[in-house]
Design a protein around this ligand. Structure first.
Ligand code: PRP
Ligand code: ADE
Length: 186
């Protein structure tokens, strides 16, 4: 099947991201990743790139394989399942309050614009499993910091926090305990 995925570069993928000033509130420069999903070759390029970085990190951490890819509600779900397939890992969601059935554990956190609660199903990660956390964007780090706490509380090992976009000016990676990588900086 003809495809231009080989000619797509991360720089080209970055150029697809649109910026909206004052959304969803004044003072926020919103980075929109959805235009990437209008171009299958761009998505393919990005997922392959995330998978390569993750495999390199698992190798250098000498942890064996990534057992679990945890995706963060909601835009982390755009990347998590595809990445999990590439890594031969299971996919587990971390969701906002009240969305997951059965026994869960919760963690309250501060984000760029407001307070929120994240939850994970209690049996989703087994003690000692190697976990990669993926999300579309790192801003203040509140969301991913809460996700790390949930993973650690279930006995998982955070091998890598992976983001498509990092808003470097907000210094979010300072509040994360695990190794952190982003594909693009703004
Ligand atoms: O580093 P932080 O300051 O915590 O911010 C980053 C988080 O904020 C956004 O999600 P949001 O909570 O807006 O939810 P959404 O994905 O459902 O839009 C983004 O997708 C990250 O998950
Ligand atoms: N500036 C931003 N753009 C897109 N998503 C975000 N989530 C938190 N901050 C954001």
């Amino acid at each position: 099947m003809p495809s231009d995925s080989e000619t797509y570069t991360i720089e080209k993928v970055k150029s697809l991201i649109k910026t909206y000033p004052d959304f969803p509130q004044e003072g926020i420069l919103f980075r929109d990743i959805f235009p990437i999903f209008q171009i299958p070759a761009a998505v393919d390029c990005l997922i392959n790139y995330l998978a390569e970085l993750a495999l390199e990190e698992a190798k250098s951490a000498k942890c064996g394989k990534i057992d679990v890819v945890v995706g963060l509600d909601a835009r982390g779900f755009l990347f998590g399942p595809s990445l999990a397939i590439k890594l031969g890992a299971k996919f587990v969601p971390i969701r906002k309050r009240g969305k997951l059935p059965g026994p869960t554990i919760k963690y309250e956190y501060q984000k760029e614009y407001g307070l929120d609660v994240l939850e994970i199903q209690s049996d989703a990660i087994l003690p000692g499993e190697n976990v990669l956390i993926v999300d579309d964007l790192l801003a203040t780090g509140g969301t991913c910091g809460a996700a790390e706490k949930l993973v650690l509380n279930l006995g998982g090992r955070v091998i890598l926090n992976q983001f498509v976009i990092e808003l470097v000016g907000l210094g979010g990676r300072k509040s994360l305990s695990g190794k952190t990588m982003s594909v693009m900086e703004f």
